[in-house]
Design a protein around this ligand. Structure first.
Ligand code: VAH
Length: 319
């Protein structure tokens, strides 16, 4: 990777991936783009306003910056997708199709994340295999499975270098997620510090795969830098690091903040989505084919999140 374009750079992953890639490859070699100017990421490197549904502008930017790798992070997430399924399909698949077509024209490599949301209630729940039945019951999941199939098709049919990981819920402390079923696992930290209480929308025994952002960012780079001859899979790799329920994360925080209290006000849409997803993925293929090895677990992530978010409130960066 030498000249990178991030599409959807203003989101939860994109905002941190931009900084991460700029540290590795040099700020001028990583072009951030999003549908509107995003404070922060426009500061220390090239930024372009891009509605990725406009294929001609995407092609113009790929040509202008001589891009060789595109990270397509544009997605309406699971819960939002259920409120606007047509919009989710149009945006998620429109962004991907334009990315694949432009990348094929210019010979770029493409990274488009998939998700644990690509699995459904008929997929094995525990140690979910890399290759298994995938019948998701959300529009987000349908988009993710379709995206995986399209990524492999463009690789097999046109020789495009497409790669992808099935992200779990990602926990981070820079940009809040929006519209996801796993967002509670981020919001709980902010509420614990700010209000010492949290009302959880997901049932107490809903296991879901989760991952701390630093591991997610490393996965993006490691996979895209991997030796293609070693890849038996491409779209998309199971990756896993931790799996927990709301009760488990509540107890981890309470151990550190005894005054923290949590109640439940279940969101039926999020409950149904969480119930349809796996408990924990089997990530053996990612470990064997490109050396995936997460560094963060529940305890270390909880310590780091409370420390960083607590400091932001102390410094007045959060209200
Ligand atoms: C969501 N955060 O909840 C996203 C993610 C695995 C979950 O895809 O929709």
């Amino acid at each position: 990777m030498k000249k990178i374009l991030i599409v959807g750079a203003g989101g939860q992953i994109g905002s941190e991936l931009t900084y991460h890639l700029r540290k590795i490859y040099g700020a001028s070699n990583v072009v951030a783009s999003d549908i509107r100017r995003t404070p922060g990421i426009t500061d220390d490197g090239p930024f372009e306003v891009l509605d990725v549904l406009e294929a001609q502008r995407l092609a113009f930017l790929v040509h202008k910056y001589n891009i060789d790798t595109i990270f397509n992070l544009v997605a309406l997430l699971s819960a939002t997708g259920e409120k606007n399924p047509i919009g989710a399909w149009r945006i998620n698949m429109g962004a991907l199709m334009n990315t694949l077509e432009v990348a094929t024209s210019f010979g770029c490599s493409v990274f488009t994340p998939s998700s644990i949301g690509a699995f459904g209630p008929n997929s094995p729940k525990d140690k979910t295999p890399q290759d298994t039945v995938m019948r998701p019951t959300t529009m987000y999941g349908v988009c993710k499975v379709s995206g995986e199939l399209l990524g492999d098709y463009y690789h097999q049919r046109f020789g495009l270098d497409t790669r992808s990981v099935r992200f779990p819920g990602i926990i981070s402390n820079v940009t809040l997620p929006g519209g996801g079923t796993t967002d509670y696992a981020v919001e709980i930290f902010y509420e614990a510090i700010k209000n010492k209480r949290f009302t959880c929308p997901v049932p107490e025994n809903s296991y879901m795969d989760m991952m701390y952002m630093p591991d997610a960012l490393n996965a993006c780079v490691q996979l895209m830098e991997a030796d293609p001859s070693k890849l038996k899979h491409r779209n998309s790799f199971n990756i896993a690091s931790m799996s927990f329920t709301p009760e488990i994360i509540y107890k981890a925080i309470k151990k550190r903040m005894p005054e923290f209290e949590m109640t439940y006000d279940i969101d039926p849409v999020k409950a149904a989505i969480a119930d349809s997803w796996p408990n924990m993925l089997d990530d053996t293929c990612a470990r064997e084919e490109w050396g995936w090895a997460p560094k963060w677990d529940l305890e270390s992530m909880t310590d780091d999140m409370l420390k960083i978010i607590g400091q932001k409130y102390k410094d007045g960066l959060l209200k």
